[in-house]
Design a protein around this ligand. Structure first.
Ligand code: E4P
Length: 228
């Protein structure tokens, strides 16, 4: 299963790349708005220099021509750019046109398996069902991930299911078990996946016991020295 980082924060991306677990990055206008003082294009170019995995850049236009113009410009920034297009009638048309042009797309804002199926048929490389936002309105978001992963497998579709709007480590495990090919997660959730209180406590305990053992050895060596 691939792990993408759901952020436009360069330091977070560099950190996870160093950990050796970064397969790609997803950004959106909200995540970009949290970065300051630089253009979206500059931020995207820098991210593409850190990872060779897919980097999603989201269009904001709502009409087909606008989506195509924005997406084509993103695609010129780096070979690993994937154009993120929202699920809509215009979005389907734009994704279909991008597919004809060889530009990869990530269909975003998917909330039903049927929306995902349509996006796959329109040629989207990545299908992004939003788990957390469905959970927020008292629906089980993981059902969409599971259904979509099954549909992709049964019909041997070429698209990959990218579990998005992941809010906690339990979502991550559930997405992996539901058959998602990829999950995109915030840096904080990735940190939560790394840590466990017993792991952290065990590291401190081992270090403390090691130090005690070395001190005992040093004291013993000191005590056996022959006086001059
Ligand atoms: C990623 O592609 C999505 O834009 C992101 O996961 C949405 O997450 P949110 O629902 O926590 O904003």
């Amino acid at each position: 299963m691939k792990i993408f980082l759901d952020t436009a924060d360069i330091e977070e991306i560099r950190t996870v790349a160093r950990w050796g677990v970064l397969d790609g990055v997803t950004t959106n206008p909200t995540l970009f708005a949290k970065t300051s003082g630089r253009s979206y294009e500059d931020v995207l170019k820098e991210i593409c220099g850190i990872t060779s995995g897919p980097v999603s850049a989201e269009v904001v236009a709502e009409d087909v021509d606008g989506m195509l113009t924005e997406g084509r410009a993103f695609a010129k920034l780096a070979p690993n750019i994937v154009v993120k297009v929202p699920m809509s009638e215009e979005g389907l048309e734009a994704m279909s046109r991008f597919a004809e042009e060889g530009i990869k797309t990530n269909c975003t804002l998917i909330f039903t398996a049927n929306q995902g199926l349509l996006a796959a048929k329109a040629g989207a490389s990545l299908l992004s069902p939003f788990v957390g936002r469905l959970d927020d309105i008292n629906q089980d978001g993981m059902i969409v991930v599971r259904e979509l992963a099954e549909i992709v497998a049964i019909h041997e579709l070429e698209s990959e299911v990218l579990a998005a709007s992941i809010r906690n480590p339990v979502h991550m495990t559930q997405a992996a078990l539901a058959g998602a090919h990829i999950a995109t997660i915030p840096f904080k959730v990735l940190q939560q996946m790394v840590h466990h209180p017993l792991t952290d406590k065990g590291i401190v305990q081992f270090r403390s016991d090691w130090d005690k053992a070395r001190q005992a050895l040093a004291a013993k060596a000191e005590g056996t020295k022959t006086p001059a």
